[in-house]
Design a protein around this ligand. Structure first.
Ligand SMILES: NC(=O)c1ccc[n+]([C@@H]2O[C@H](COP(=O)([O-])OP(=O)(O)OC[C@H]3O[C@@H](n4cnc5c(N)ncnc54)[C@H](OP(=O)(O)O)[C@@H]3O)[C@@H](O)[C@H]2O)c1
Length: 334
C-alpha cells in the first residue's frame, strides 16, 4: 500500500511517498481502507521532534523527555504520521462483533498514528465509530482530534447555561470545536484569534470575537466564568482580573508554573486553575457523531491535499495559513 513515510526528523521534505506492507487485522481488529486523513498540530511536532526544544514544547520538561523517548530520541520509531482518519471497513477479525465489512467509519489514533496511508488496522473497541451520515470523508477525518480534546477538557469546567466563556486559540482544531460545544451548552462565547481568522471563528457561532493583535482582553474590564487557554500562551496572573469570583482558568498546554498555580488555587481562593490532558482513549466518538448529526457540531475543512502532497500540507499548516483544519484525500485509483 501507499503511505507517507519519514525515517528522520526534519522539515516537510522528510515526508516521502513509499510502498509499505499492507496491515492485516488481528482477531479483535478492523481493517480500514482510508479515504481521508489529516495534518494537525501533533503531526507537525512529531515530524520535527528532535528540533523541538524543551521551552518550545507545550508541556513541562519531564513530559518533553518522556514524549521524546516515546517518539524516538534520534529517529522516529513510528515512521508513518496521521492521527485522524475516515474510510470504509475492508475486513474484520474473527472476534469483531460491532462492525461489518463496508461500514463507513471515522477514528482517532492519538500517538499510535499511521493514518497517512491507504490502510490501517484498529481494535474494534478503539477510538473508532460509524461516520456521521451528514459529513464527507474529508470532513469526518478532521473532526476527532479537536472534538475529543475540546469535549474532554470542557467537562472539567462544567459549563452552565448563561455563563461567559473566553476561548484563547479559538481558530485552531481544539478551539473551533470548543467554541461550538460551549455555545451548545448555552454559554456566551468570546473567541480570541488573529485578524485573518475572525470571520471563521464568528461563523462557528461565537457571540463575540476578539482580535488579539489589536485588543488585549485583559484590559476590557469584562469578566468570565471560564477562560480556556488552548496554547497556554497566557498566565493565571494575567487572567485572574478577567475571571469572575469563582472563575476557572483552564489550560490545554501548560508549564510547571501553571501546575504550581493549579496546586495553590486548589487549596486557597475561589478562582481555580486547571491543567488537563485528554486520555488516549475516551470513548467519546459516538457522542461526537450524535452531536454532528444533530447539527450541534460542524466540520469545516480549510483545504484538502492529495496523499501524495502531504509534505505541501505540512508546509501550508506550518506557515500559519490555515483557517480551520486541513484534510488529506486518499485516492486508491491513482
Ligand atoms: N491537553 C491535551 O490533552 C491536549 C491534547 C492535544 C493538544 N493539546 C495542545 O493543544 C495545542 C494545539 O491546539 P490546536 O491543535 O487547536 O492548534 P492549531 O489547530 O494548530 O491552532 C492553534 C491556533 O491558535 C492560534 N493562536 C496562536 N497564537 C495565539 C494567541 N496568542 N492567542 C490566541 N490564539 C492564538 C492560531 O491562529 P491565530 O492566527 O488565530 O492566532 C491557530 O489557529 C498545543 O499546544 C497542544 O499541546 C493539548
Amino acid at each position: 500500500m501507499k503511505a507517507i513515510v519519514y525515517t528522520e526528523y526534519g522539515p516537510p521534505d522528510v515526508l516521502q511517498l513509499k510502498e509499505v506492507e499492507k496491515p492485516a487485522p488481528q482477531a479483535n481488529e478492523i481493517l480500514i481502507r482510508i479515504l481521508a486523513t489529516s495534518v494537525n498540530y501533533g503531526d507537525l511536532v512529531a515530524r520535527r521532534f528532535s528540533h523541538v526544544k524543551p521551552h518550545e514544547f507545550n508541556m513541562p520538561l519531564p513530559f518533553w523527555l518522556l514524549a521524546r523517548l516515546a517518539f524516538g530520541y534520534r529517529r522516529p520509531k513510528n515512521t508513518i504520521l496521521g492521527n485522524e482518519l475516515a474510510g470504509e471497513i475492508e475486513a474484520v477479525g474473527a472476534q469483531v462483533t460491532h462492525f461489518r465489512v463496508g461500514d463507513q467509519v471515522f477514528g482517532y489514533r492519538g500517538q499510535s498514528m499511521r493514518a497517512n496511508a491507504e490502510y490501517v488496522c484498529m481494535p474494534e473497541d478503539g477510538e473508532v465509530a460509524l461516520k456521521p451520515h451528514n459529513l464527507t470523508f474529508e470532513q469526518a477525518a478532521v473532526v476527532p482530534y479537536g472534538a475529543i480534546t475540546a469535549l474532554n477538557l470542557l467537562r472539567k469546567a462544567n459549563i452552565q447555561k448563561g455563563q461567559k466563556v473566553l476561548i484563547l486559540g479559538a481558530s485552531g482544531s481544539i478551539g473551533s470545536a470548543a467554541v461550538q460545544l460551549a455555545t451548545h451548552l448555552g454559554a456566551h462565547v468570546t473567541g480570541v484569534c488573529s485578524t485573518p481568522r475572525m470571520a471563521f471563528v464568528k461563523s462557528l457561532g461565537a457571540d463575540q470575537v476578539i482580535d488579539y493583535t489589536r485588543t488585549d482582553f485583559t484590559q476590557s474590564g469584562e469578566t468570565y466564568d471560564l477562560i480556556f487557554d488552548i496554547l497556554g500562551k497566557s498566565s493565571f496572573s494575567r487572567c485572574r482580573g478577567s475571571l469572575k469570583q469563582a472563575g476557572i482558568y483552564l489550560l490545554a498546554s501548560f508549564k510547571l508554573r501553571h501546575l504550581t498555580d493549579m496546586l495553590v488555587t486548589s487549596v486557597a481562593g475561589r478562582q481555580k486553575v486547571i491543567c488537563a490532558m485528554t486520555p488516549e482513549k475516551t470513548g467519546d466518538l459516538q457522542r461526537i457523531k450524535a452531536l454532528i448529526e444533530a447539527g450541534t457540531l460542524t466540520a469545516v475543512v480549510d483545504r484538502c491535499f492529495p496523499l501524495e502532497q502531504t509534505a505541501d500540507a505540512h508546509r501550508y499548516v506550518e506557515q500559519g495559513f490555515k483557517k480551520g483544519p486541513v484534510a488529506i484525500t486518499v485516492d486508491h485509483t491513482s
